[in-house]
Design a protein around this ligand. Structure first.
Ligand code: SF4
Ligand code: SF4
Length: 157
């Protein structure tokens, strides 16, 4: 699928009921990530700084034996809404082997990436548009979802 086809995909997906879209997004995300080797990619960690919440900061601080203030001061930036994200890409916690050195305590946004396994699939349209260019799994997930919608006639309700 080409990025120019995304608009048509979302237009069509609007016709699908919310429960069907949630089911499709969950099963397709799981199916694609079963065969996706993130360690040979790492593109999200190299290009997209994750949002960091106060709960993430606490967990990471404990793990690194630093204070939450040190984590905030040394590793994050804030946008005009006060939302924090890590301050560097590639992420400072990403190794040359694409392993994350804080994997057990990584931010929720990293765990949830690329945010395609969701009951809010359509509300995340802008995010999917952005991540389509970053994560090869997003293109695959959307292509498979598009085919399943057609095969199962889910857009004809
Ligand atoms: S914290 Fe870990 S998973 Fe998250 S962006 Fe950094 S390297 Fe990647
Ligand atoms: S960009 Fe996608 S495929 Fe690549 S490491 Fe991140 S989640 Fe995995």
């Amino acid at each position: 699928m080409d990025k120019s086809n995304l608009k048509d995909f979302f237009e069509n997906a609007k016709q699908v009921s919310k429960p069907d879209l949630e089911r499709l997004s969950v099963e397709t995300h799981d199916e694609v990530f079963k065969r996706t080797d993130c360690l040979s990619c790492g593109n999200c960690c190299k290009t997209a700084p994750p949002i960091v919440t106060p709960a993430d900061v606490k967990r990471i601080a404990r793990f690194l034996e630093k204070s939450p203030k040190q984590i905030i001061r040394n590793f994050t930036i804030q946008d005009f809404n006060g939302e924090m994200s890590f301050d560097q890409v590639p992420c400072r916690f990403l190794g040359d082997d694409n392993y994350c050195s804080i994997y057990e305590v990584r931010p929720e946004a990293c765990r949830d990436y690329p945010h395609t396994r969701s009951n809010q699939f359509m509300r995340r349209k802008n995010l999917h548009n952005k991540n389509f260019e970053i994560c090869p799994a997003v293109e695959e997930i959307i292509t498979i979802m598009e085919n399943k919608i057609k095969e199962q006639g889910l857009d004809n309700v």
